[in-house]
Design a protein around this ligand. Structure first.
Ligand code: CTP
Length: 474
């Protein structure tokens, strides 16, 4: 089969081809680029394998480009990289060793194209396009990768146990490609993942989380999580999430399976956002349900405080998974903590003050919080779903009205600590904080208007209550 070369690829393919011929190296385009092009997906980096010295080939190609790009050489790994028109082009000599971009192991033994293809992870990633004059553009398909692309199958080129032992991260990659591409993992390959799952423990957390985040950012992330659960990988890499699975029944009363519920929420949310951290908040929103689960004979199953405990668990989970511990974590934590608030409002009278408090607590993340809440409405009972969605719309409307009126969303207290200290001639102290809090509460409760003068007058009143006197001349 011939690979249809597009106009924009032609120049670089020709250049590599000419230089490889001059050096006497057979050269091929390989890996993800070929796979994605054949699938009509957007391509990223271009990988070139040559039977020869990859660094020398990269340097030769670079001298023909204008402007001449810088060639980054990784001598130890026998690879070289250059950038051309925004794409990264990596050159490597064919090798017998397991093929990994991020391997810490140096490139060892040189090999033929076949050796190189043998050591790749999946048949669909082991396709090569020839850049050699005699068969330029023809596809070298040693393991049925083309058929597997058509049949939508993820399969290892060699016996799966061998491919996974070479690099156990490939088990995660199998799940990731299956999720991203909506392919099925071939039964023997899938069986081997279950069998070899414990080997994932030797892989660094950073590499694992990179794959997990790609699963989470896919169109149907729940597909990947189900495979991770069924193969036993999830329990090893993210036990807190695996622990959500299961239904306990007491006195004939069961509760939701929180794992599948979480996946439903993640799936619902993913239709409305590509924000990785918002998706993470869906994954984490009920994470403390197992720890807070109680059975109360008159009420049934309760999970009191799971939002607070869940928020407290976020830093621990993020640290263990090597996720960032910065504002992104704080954002997830906030959404987990607040995820019940909008819906719980609908059970009582929705007062302006409750809405103002929600706006104040959520701040700029209120829209994301509402998306999470909407996604969290999952029930088999259509009537219930309808009722919750109606309430949800009502809260949304009230949020708009109150925000228009009171501007709480990005609210900065009208009276600063400095003003309080100057007015009463006091130094930083607890009293300053108490007065500030009292002003904030009064505004949120609607006792005073949200403006400077009202807040100033209220400050004077509170100061007096605390026995403070106004400083002369202030
Ligand atoms: N590869 C492998 N084993 C790994 C990682 C990579 O065999 N653990 C091989 C595969 O042939 C893969 C190629 O190296 O196609 C390039 O790897 P990488 O850039 O990580 O993945 P891509 O397949 O290009 O896919 P993506 O860009 O979506 O990660």
């Amino acid at each position: 089969m011939i690979f249809e070369i597009k106009n924009d690829e032609k120049k670089i393919f020709d250049l590599v081809s000419e230089n490889a011929r001059e050096l006497g190296y057979p050269a091929y385009v390989v890996g993800g680029y070929v796979r994605d092009r054949l699938l009509g997906r957007q391509t990223k980096d271009l990988d070139i394998v040559c039977v020869g010295n990859g660094i020398r080939l990269a340097q030769a190609v670079a001298t023909c480009l204008r402007p001449v790009p810088r060639v980054t050489v990784y001598q130890r790994f026998g690879t070289a990289m250059l950038r051309y028109r925004g794409i990264e082009i990596e050159f490597v000599g064919a090798r017998k060793e397991s093929y990994r971009h991020d391997s810490r192991k140096p490139a060892v033994e040189e090999g033929s194209l076949e050796d190189d293809q043998n050591r790749r992870d999946f048949t669909i990633n082991a396709l090569a396009v020839s850049l050699n004059a005699e068969d330029f553009g023809s596809i070298v398909d040693s393991f049925g990768g083309l058929k597997h692309l058509e049949e939508k199958i993820i399969k290892t080129p060699l016996e799966p146990g061998r491919t996974f032992s070479d690099d156990p991260l490939r088990m995660m990659r199998a799940v990731r490609f299956s999720t991203q591409l909506d392919f099925e993992i071939e039964p023997e390959t899938l069986k081997a993942i279950s069998l070899f799952r414990n080997r994932i423990n030797i892989v660094s957390r950073e590499r694992i989380i990179t794959e997990l985040n790609k699963i989470i950012l896919s169109d149907q992330p729940s597909k990947g999580f189900k495979i991770l659960y069924d193969t036993g990988l999830l329990k090893l890499i993210f036990p807190e999430m695996a622990g959500l699975q299961g239904v306990e029944v007491k006195n004939g009363i069961g509760h939701k399976d929180n794992f599948y519920h979480t996946l439903e929420v993640l799936e619902n949310l993913s239709k409305n956002t590509d924000n990785l951290w918002l998706r993470w908040s869906a994954i984490m929103h009920d994470i403390a349900k197992p720890a807070t689960k109680r059975f109360q004979p008159k009420i049934g199953w309760t999970f009191h405080g799971h939002e607070a405990l869940g928020a407290a668990m976020v830093p621990r989970v993020f640290k263990k998974l090597c996720l960032p511990l910065d504002h992104k974590m704080k954002y997830v934590q906030k959404l987990v903590r607040l995820h019940l608030r909008p819906i719980s409002l609908t059970k009582e009278n929705i007062t302006d003050s409750a809405i103002r408090r929600l706006l104040f607590d959520a701040g700029d993340d209120i829209d994301d919080l509402m998306l999470l809440c909407q996604a969290d409405i999952t029930s088999k009972n259509a009537q219930k779903v309808k009722r919750y969605l109606n309430n949800y719309e009502l809260v949304k409307q009230r949020l708009i009205e109150v925000e228009e009126k009171d501007h709480i969303r990005n609210w900065q207290p009208p009276i600063s600590g400095e003003i309080i200290m100057e007015t009463f001639g006091i130094s930083p102290s607890r009293q300053v904080g108490d007065i500030k809090n009292a002003i904030r509460e009064a505004i949120l409760d609607g006792v005073i208007d949200n403006d400077y003068q009202a807040a100033f007058d209220y400050m004077l009143k509170k100061g007096k209550e605390f026995g403070l006197e106004v400083e002369q001349g202030s």
